[in-house]
Design a protein around this ligand. Structure first.
Ligand SMILES: [Zn+2]
Ligand SMILES: [Zn+2]
Length: 316
């Protein structure tokens, strides 16, 4: 029996609740909490807003998530405050790009701006224009920074992966429950195997791989059966049979193959980063104080929202 703590209990709960991947399930839960904290605390906290600016805002996926969440968090006002910061910052970058002589920003007329741009670009060689385009890319794209939501969620995801591996090695009871579960999505399966290969000795690694792969094969066989049932029942001859558990197999198969959309976003943003890169991004971000919102304590900005930070005070 391994040591039980809030993280392990959380993973056990997720294993019961998740349809296809407990790690995706937890990431989605954290994302919901992250968005709640954003609207309840971040927007009014200058330190957190400065962190958003340093990260050059949110990634495409999370900014759209924040916008969609205004249905539940009607204070679109908060989002507007963050957006105003970002627009002001981007406008400065744009104006700097348009100006070769570092004139005072923001005071030119549109005609001045056009004339300056003409002067700046005219007569440049193709190489120099190419360098200019690169400069625009570096100054305006998101590529050099990591969205605060992705950073925070990837940190909690990493912690969950590590905890799950430890549970598989140390906790016979968890291994038994896991073997009867729906397993993981493919992206989390590969992540877990990577973590396990980096951290476990040969014997432990082999036993973890054995559990993971055998369960994955079992689950894929079952999905294949359910998909064929779903397809068969589309035929008018069998339609009257009605759908059984395969009624949502299309959604579940997508989850199994590529993970939740939330996890997909984090993965895209962090796939080329090593653990050390991620650690240094987290360290370099200013940490905001742990804050309390009602019963929940969630740290904001680049600080983690994982594990105990997601637990309510009662649970703590
Ligand atoms: Zn997953
Ligand atoms: Zn993001």
């Amino acid at each position: 029996m391994g040591t039980r703590n809030l993280l392990t209990i959380q993973i056990e709960d997720a294993l019961e609740e998740a349809t296809e991947c407990p790690l995706c399930y937890l990431t989605e839960k954290y994302e919901t909490r992250f968005i709640e904290t954003f609207y309840s605390e971040w927007v009014m906290d200058p330190g957190c807003r400065a962190n958003v600016l340093r990260s050059r805002g949110f990634c495409n996926y999370h900014l759209h998530q924040l916008l969609r969440s205004t249905e539940n968090h009607p204070e679109k006002h908060g989002l507007a405050i963050i957006l105003e910061d970002l627009v002001r910052d981007r406008l400065k970058s744009l104006e700097r790009l348009c100006d070769d002589d570092h004139n005072p920003i923001g005071i030119w007329s549109q005609a001045d701006l056009l004339a300056t741009l003409k002067h700046l670009l005219l007569g440049r060689t193709p190489e120099s224009l190419h360098r200019f385009a690169q400069e625009v890319f570096v100054n305006l794209s998101h590529m050099e920074s990591l969205c605060p939501a992705c950073l925070s969620l990837s940190e909690s995801d990493r912690s969950n992966c590590q905890t799950m591996i430890r549970m598989m090695v140390e906790d016979q009871g968890f291994r038994s429950i896991f073997k009867e579960s729906n397993g993981l999505c493919l992206p989390h399966l590969t992540e877990l195997m990577r973590f396990a290969s980096e951290r476990l000795d040969r014997q432990s690694f082999s036993s973890v791989v054995e559990i993971l792969l055998s369960l994955q094969v079992k689950r894929f066989r079952h999905l294949k059966f359910e998909l064929s049932e779903f397809i068969r029942k589309q035929d008018y001859r069998f339609r009257k049979e009605g759908f059984g558990p395969e009624f949502d197999v299309v959604e579940r198969t997508i989850l199994k193959l590529i993970g939740s959309s939330c996890h997909g976003s984090i993965q895209r943003r962090t796939m080329n980063l090593t653990d050390t890169d991620l650690d240094s991004q987290i360290e370099s971000s200013e940490k905001c104080e742990g804050r309390r919102t009602g019963q929940n304590r969630v740290r904001c900005c680049a600080s983690t929202v994982h594990g105990s930070a997601l637990r309510t005070d009662e649970e703590l």
